[in-house]
Design a protein around this ligand. Structure first.
Ligand code: AMP
Length: 121
């Protein structure tokens, strides 16, 4: 999947579409998911143009990589779920049903989250 400059998160980063910002630093933006799948559902994204974790881990600078993971931890604190528990998830590609082709880490919390994956029979 190649990077699409008009994907929804690129547009949020350019300020063309509003978001409910949770945290921002030089390399990272975190905002609430528009269609939450848990009482707390925040997305953490790099500001750089990376489609997936593979893309990011290969091409991003050490500073960008550190900032993304520090932001995930910061979000758990800002959202008040660092002690009660939370789950992080990042979908990549077709089999994972990635909808937005800009790397994002989902942070879920605020209540029991159920099993990690739905088991197929
Ligand atoms: P994924 O399926 O992992 O690509 O997840 C994409 C996520 O982006 C979904 O949870 C959507 O609800 C969320 N999303 C889509 N558009 C927006 C938006 N404008 N603001 C916040 N979250 C969004």
């Amino acid at each position: 999947m190649s990077y699409d400059d008009n994907n929804i998160f690129a547009r949020i980063l350019r300020g063309e579409i509003p978001c409910r910002k949770v945290f921002e630093d030089a390399h990272t933006l975190a905002f609430d998911d528009i269609n939450p799948q848990a009482p707390i559902h925040t997305l953490v994204i790099p500001k750089g143009k990376y489609v997936s974790m593979k893309d990011f881990s290969e091409k991003a600078s050490d500073a960008e990589i550190a900032a993304l993971w520090r932001a995930v931890g910061k979000v758990s604190e800002l959202k008040g779920i660092k002690d009660s528990g939370y789950r992080t998830l990042s979908n990549a590609g077709v089999n994972a049903h990635q909808e937005v082709p800009h790397l994002h880490i989902h942070v879920f919390g605020g209540g029991p989250l159920g099993p990690m994956l739905v088991k197929k029979s």
